[in-house]
Design a protein around this ligand. Structure first.
Ligand code: COA
Length: 134
């Protein structure tokens, strides 16, 4: 089941976020929207995104490692597209070394349009990926 987030989910979001980055902290931003993927009342994934004009910007997308490669992230991505069907494109930044995420986005039609040099605190480059949805 995919549902909107509640304030008490932050603890679980931060735990799961550690699979993306060991120092993961959710920084509250009133512009951010969060969807939670739950199975048997356990949070197994989430997506954080924001809308800028007609663009969906994905901030974070994480699936619990025990539930990966079963279509869970695809469910979250599709739900955002359904909810924000007025938008024309989706964008995101991903670490150059994040092979599985790059493959995931590539499978979903995202294209690398730019490289942001030394984008992360440890100076790793980010790939800017974009998908036109209209
Ligand atoms: C990236 C991530 C969200 C994908 O979640 P998922 O639920 O496994 O993805 P889905 O099952 O919906 O999609 C599977 C597709 O993603 C890609 N993929 C996912 N994991 C992969 C892996 N370990 N190796 C290669 N491709 C992989 C493939 O394209 C795969 O399709 P295929 O099986 O036909 O090859 C998940 O690996 C994750 O949470 N990673 C840690 C957090 C992160 O890096 N997030 C992205 C940056 S915001």
């Amino acid at each position: 089941m995919i549902r909107n987030y509640k304030e008490q989910d932050i603890i679980e979001i931060e735990k799961l976020g550690k699979e993306l980055n060991p120092n993961y902290k959710y920084i509250f931003n009133s512009q951010y929207k969060i969807l939670i993927l739950e199975e048997l009342e356990k949070i197994i994934g989430f997506i954080i995104y924001t809308i800028v004009e007609d663009e969906i910007e994905i901030i974070d997308l994480v699936v619990n490692k025990n539930y990966r490669q079963q279509g869970k992230a695809t469910l979250l991505l599709n739900e955002v597209l359904k909810k924000e069907s007025i938008c024309k494109k989706m964008t995101l930044e991903v670490r150059e070394s994040n092979f599985s995420a790059i493959k995931f986005y590539d499978k979903h039609g995202f294209k690398v349009v730019n490289i942001r040099k030394k984008y992360y605190f440890d100076e790793e480059n980010a790939l800017l990926m974009v998908k036109m949805v209209k």
